[in-house]
Design a protein around this ligand. Structure first.
Ligand SMILES: *Cc1c(COP(=O)(O)O)cnc(C)c1O
Length: 409
């Protein structure tokens, strides 16, 4: 049986113009974002302006990580100690971690079989929790019906902060993911859509929130060196009222990111070409269910999810292992112990335990795979057929066993 030899954690190299710019920054010695020569605009400030323009947002702040951007957004919004913050039960650990770092208490909302937030459960939890805020994670790029969500949030006067770690470049009904709430957070960590090793971007149209965030990020009184911040009036109180919680981005990372932003939309198309090939192979396999995408969703297929509905909890690890043996790295969210990046709400033990039966049932069947752009479209066809083969083999053995039991009865 043939084996796939690609590396699931190998991203593309940093583009040559970005490397050149990074070398120039290093030669200059001016790596700190506020260390500028006379009349110079720092790489970090330019990145902020360019990302704000890409998003159609007036303001943007670059910072140390996506997780930091989320915590910062929550603190700049004014989350109080012990305040409940609504969020997805199905997400990755930086999300509840950011709520915790801001002093909030995560209130988890159930997940639908299409891997988006369950709006009925959201409305119920809005009623129960007296929360003022939803931190919505567009987990693995699945975008909930944003029209219905915004209507619901408006009705109950709940603010929205978007976690767009997996939706940079995506949109809903023609409007960019990240433009629906009071703020949105992005990550530029290696496994996201643009790569500076670590990094985060926060956008907002709210001048007070953004002024708070800029001061908190560690701007001292140098916020006038930014190119995507609110007018000075917004800083009069903010500069004295907010603690410095240093988490700036530096010019080296910004230099690496600026050229990548120019090709982001092309990268999204390349991801989607790869995603479609794998999706179409798996979509017709008996026992596998692919989450459905809403027609209004322009997603970025930088990872793919399948629900192995046809396998039980004993067969699932066997399926994952047989794919692994053939060089295909699927991760399973149903394991009791979190492995690699997989994570479940019940393993975040610093949060009060919550009953989430719908999410648990989905995680039990959920398999996840990254699609690095170093894989070609034909690599993806290969990966799809390996997964399909292994699944079908194990699924058939399952059916045969059931047949036997049936006849014995
Ligand atoms: C990666 C990620 C983040 C932010 O992560 P950082 O590593 O801190 O940049 C936030 N939310 C989700 C869902 C993520 O996967």
């Amino acid at each position: 049986m043939h084996k796939f030899h690609g590396n699931f954690t190998q991203q593309e190299p940093i583009p040559e113009p970005a490397i050149q710019r990074a070398v120039e920054v290093m030669r200059s010695g001016r790596l700190h974002r506020y260390n500028v020569a006379d009349g110079e605009k720092s790489e970090t400030a330019l990145l902020e302006r360019e990302f704000a323009d890409y998003m159609g947002s007036p303001y943007c702040l670059a910072c140390a990580s996506g997780g930091y951007a989320m915590g910062l957004a929550l603190r700049s919004f004014g989350v109080a100690a012990g305040e409940p913050v609504l969020t997805n039960a199905f997400t990755l650990s930086p999300v509840p971690g950011a709520i915790d770092s801001a002093g909030g208490k995560p209130v988890f909302v159930e997940t639908t079989p299409d891997l988006v937030m369950d709006l009925e459960d959201l409305e119920a939890k809005i009623g129960d929790s007296s929360s003022r805020l939803l931190l919505l994670s567009h987990m693995r790029g699945h975008i909930v019906d944003m029209g219905a969500l915004c209507k619901l949030l408006d009705k109950h006067n709940i603010a929205l902060i978007e976690d767009c770690a997996h939706t940079m470049g995506a949109s809903w009904d023609g409007r960019k993911s990240g433009s629906f709430g009071i703020a949105a957070c992005f990550s530029t960590q290696t496994y996201k859509h643009i790569n500076s090793g670590e990094g985060g971007l926060l956008i907002s149209e709210d001048s007070q929130l953004m002024a708070n965030a800029v001061i908190r990020s560690g701007s001292y009184m140098l916020y006038d060196r930014h190119l995507a911040v609110p007018p000075p009036a917004a800083f009069i109180d903010a500069r004295l009222d907010n603690p410095n919680q240093s988490g700036r981005m530096d010019n080296l990372r910004a230099a690496i990111l600026r050229p990548q932003l120019k090709t982001l939309d092309q990268s999204c198309e390349r991801w989607n070409a790869r995603y479609r090939v794998i999706h179409d192979v798996l979509n017709i396999i008996d026992g596998i269910r692919m989450p459905e995408r809403n027609i209004n969703e322009y997603f970025v297929g930088s990872s793919i999810q399948l629900l192995a509905d046809g396998l039980d909890q004993e067969q699932l690890p066997v399926f994952i292992q047989s794919c692994q043996n053939r060089g295909v790295e699927l991760k399973w969210f149903g394991g009791i112990e979190p492995v690699a990046y997989t994570s479940r709400h019940d393993s975040w033990r610093y949060v009060d335990h919550q009953q989430l039966p719908k999410t648990d049932a989905i995680l039990d069947k959920l398999c996840d795979m990254r699609i690095p752009l170093t894989f070609s479209v034909s690599d993806c066809a290969d990966i799809g057929s390996i997964i399909a083969d292994e699944f079908t083999r194990i699924h058939r053995s399952n059916l045969n066993m059931k047949d036997v039991t049936y006849h014995d009865d």
